[in-house]
Design a protein around this ligand. Structure first.
Ligand code: NDP
Length: 364
């Protein structure tokens, strides 16, 4: 297929709450945003709509007193973004070049030129890296091992079975509680004797009679056969190092997430885990005109509402930048689309040619 060139004032990567909120705002600002989202792919853990597409009840998104299902909420976000003229492109981005504006994004069939780029590519589940965890046929991934209870828990392979959930955070509590709808028994293996999960989530899981906690316990290997999938696990006591086997027919890894930032490595400043750095006063990255919002830049809050909030911030930052107004960078300096730098103390403007002029108001 020939390569099509697309040019846009605003390009958004990602269609979770952050990306779609950025789309709603920039579309309403007549900036005709193009939103690129990855096709659904279980192996690469991509779902248009992001992590809420694999969440059941969302009870803490304001405006829905009775709660709402994650996929339904995302369908509403999407319709709202479409209503104001957002254009959607479903494609894998293979490479980005952020060295000069317009920025260039490459997909198999497109070259996309963007005056401003809003990155809302979210985060993906983490894995332990133990024997038996890899995708079948190398392990039992997809054949009794999963990182998403809401996606896979209802499958026949897990119904009325003994299942093991690994982790001690909110994700592990949520997954374990959800799995009790289908499973005969759910074990939660946690490497310490205290949970990281919020009190309410802990209590729900601790009260659930179908859940049994295995404290100070690490999962070291998943066992089974390719024909029948998982039939046991090997566990290690973190206090004395002793190992034992336990019969289970399914394993859910629920130990957190990692940001989807591989494409931008070496071009954008990131923390050691790979979260894109912004300074909280704006969503600007170290490259003027590139903004990041949602879980890709938030290792702390990671909520749909905060993702949507930062998506709104990114849209307003991109609008300001395109309007030739200064936007605060992670360094605390402000930068304009013309390349003017305003110092952190707001007293000086450094022009692109290096000339330094005062930013103090002039009173006649
Ligand atoms: P967290 O980082 O909060 O928890 C990860 C858990 O996995 C921890 O208990 C950690 O153990 C354990 N862990 C991490 N790595 C390993 C490993 N290599 N081996 C064994 N155990 C490991 O991630 P979550 O995904 O649970 O939560 C992330 C954020 O999302 C939180 O802010 C949470 O509140 C939020 N969230 C909210 C939900 C809701 O409100 N409905 C649902 C899900 C998530 P240790 O404690 O020892 O570090």
């Amino acid at each position: 297929m020939p390569t099509e060139e697309i040019r846009r004032q605003v390009v958004i990567i990602g269609s979770g709450p952050a990306g779609l909120t950025a789309a709603i705002y920039t579309a309403r600002a007549n900036l005709s945003p193009l939103l690129i989202d990855a096709p659904a792919d279980t192996e690469r853990q991509t779902t248009p709509g992001g992590q809420l597409m694999i969440t059941t009840d969302v009870e803490n998104y304001p405006g829905f007193a009775k709660g709402i299902e994650g996929p339904e909420l995302m369908a509403e976000f999407r319709k709202q973004a479409e209503r104001f003229g957002t254009e959607f492109l479903e494609a894998w981005i293979t490479k980005v070049d952020l060295h000069q504006r317009p920025f260039t994004l490459y997909t198999e069939n497109h070259v996309v030129k963007a005056e401003t780029l809003i990155i809302a590519s979210g985060a993906s589940a983490k894995w332990l890296g133990i024997p038996g965890e890899a995708k079948t046929p190398h392990g039992f991934g997809g054949n009794g091992v999963s990182a998403c209870a809401t996606c896979d828990g209802p499958l026949p392979a897990f119904r009325n079975k003994r299942l093991l959930v690994v982790g001690g955070g909110d994700t592990a509590m949520e997954e374990a509680t959800f799995l009790t709808r289908y499973a005969a028994k759910v074990y939660v293996a946690h490497r310490r004797d205290k949970l990281r999960a919020s009190k309410i989530m802990q209590e729900k899981a601790l009260r659930n009679e179908k859940i049994e906690f295995l404290w100070n316990t690490e999962l070291v290997e998943i066992l089974g056969t390719q024909a029948d999938g998982v039939n046991a696990v090997r566990l290690r006591d973190t206090n004395n190092g002793q190992e034992r086997a336990m019969e289970v027919e399914g394993v859910f890894i629920a130990i957190g997430h990692k940001p989807n930032t591989e494409l931008f490595k070496g071009q954008l400043d990131m923390d050691p885990v790979g979260y894109i750095l912004t300074n909280g006063h704006s969503t600007a990255t170290n490259i003027p005109g590139v903004f990041a919002c949602g879980d890709v830049q938030d290792s702390v809050y990671r909520q749909a509402i905060t993702a949507a909030g930062t998506g709104c911030m990114s849209a307003i930052d991109a609008e300001r930048f395109l309007d030739h107004l200064p936007v605060e960078m992670p360094s605390g300096e402000e930068v304009t689309i013309e390349g003017e730098h305003i110092t952190r103390d707001r007293r000086l403007i450094i022009e692109p040619d290096g000339e330094v002029i005062s930013n103090e108001p002039v009173f006649e």
